[in-house]
Write a protein that binds this ligand. Structure first.
Ligand SMILES: C[S@@+](CC[C@H](N)C(=O)[O-])C[C@H]1O[C@@H](n2cnc3c(N)ncnc32)[C@H](O)[C@@H]1O
Length: 237
């Protein structure tokens, strides 16, 4: 399967590596709105199996710090080596709340389908993200969310699939804009819904993965009414 100009994934490898709606479709769309150049050092935060890190290194020749919590650096290093990208991608096992990097180290932080797990706290942007960015550096996040906040009124159709922790992490774009709008260190530069939302989910639901299988019923019930995938870009003030 071809993404961008240079990234080719074998279909089996792609399907085995997905951890949710296609991270590769999402990043392919997101990077069209970013200005990436080959001298950049990028933190891919919550990179999962590193598909997005491979995409960034292959398409733009950037240096990527592929950082994740659930997957070990060793697992990701094996994939990085299989693509011959060990000089471009550095695998790191770390929690987004305790990142082991020097201040002002990155030109950009990119986070696909992960930021909602760790970034909903009021001070996360200013205390954890901004300090890592070099002058003019930016954070670009693509996240699943809601078309409109549910608040306490989770629609009946969605109740069987909903847990309190989802309520805390799944929000609409206005919720995120309000959160980021309070930042003293970053200014929002761009926000948009991703056109690939439906297709990215369709690729995920096709995977032979128990989590994908359990999402099928949820997406049938949802039927395009409630979910969205959107991107937000903020730059250091
Ligand atoms: C749904 S997966 C998506 C992975 C990948 N970005 C993708 O789109 O395929 C969410 C990822 O967020 C990562 N994650 C969750 N909490 C994290 C934390 N506190 N610090 C770093 N990564 C975290 C997990 O390790 C997981 O790989």
């Amino acid at each position: 399967m071809k993404f961008g100009n240079y990234t080719e994934f074998d279909k089996g490898f792609y399907q085995q590596s997905l951890m949710g709606p296609s991270a590769v479709m999402i990043i392919e769309e997101l990077v069209k709105r970013l200005r990436l150049t080959d001298h950049m050092r990028i933190l891919d935060l919550g990179c999962g199996t590193g598909l997005t890190s491979i995409f960034l290194a292959k398409e733009f020749g950037v240096k990527v710090f592929a950082t994740d919590l659930w997957l070990t650096a060793t697992e990701n290093y094996a994939r990085i080596r299989a693509f011959g990208l060990e000089d471009k991608i550095i695998p790191i096992h770390a929690d987004a709340h305790e990142l082991p990097f020097a201040g002002s180290y990155f030109d950009a932080i990119i986070s696909i389908d992960a930021y909602y797990y760790f970034g909903t706290g009021g001070d996360f942007l200013d205390t954890r993200m901004a300090p890592l960015l070099a002058k003019d550096g930016f954070l670009a996040v693509a996240t699943p969310g809601l078309q409109k906040e549910f608040g306490k009124h989770v629609p009946g159709l969605m109740k069987p699939f909903w847990a309190d922790e989802v309520n805390e992490t799944f929000h609409d774009l206005d919720w995120w804009k309000t959160l980021w709008g309070r930042s003293e260190k970053m200014r929002i530069e761009d926000t948009f819904s991703l056109a690939c939302h439906k297709a990215a989910w369709a690729d995920w639901l096709e995977c032979d993965n128990p989590y994908a299988k359990s999402d099928i019923e949820m997406m049938k019930a949802e039927n395009g009414q409630y979910f969205d995938t959107f991107a937000m870009v903020a730059r250091l003030k």
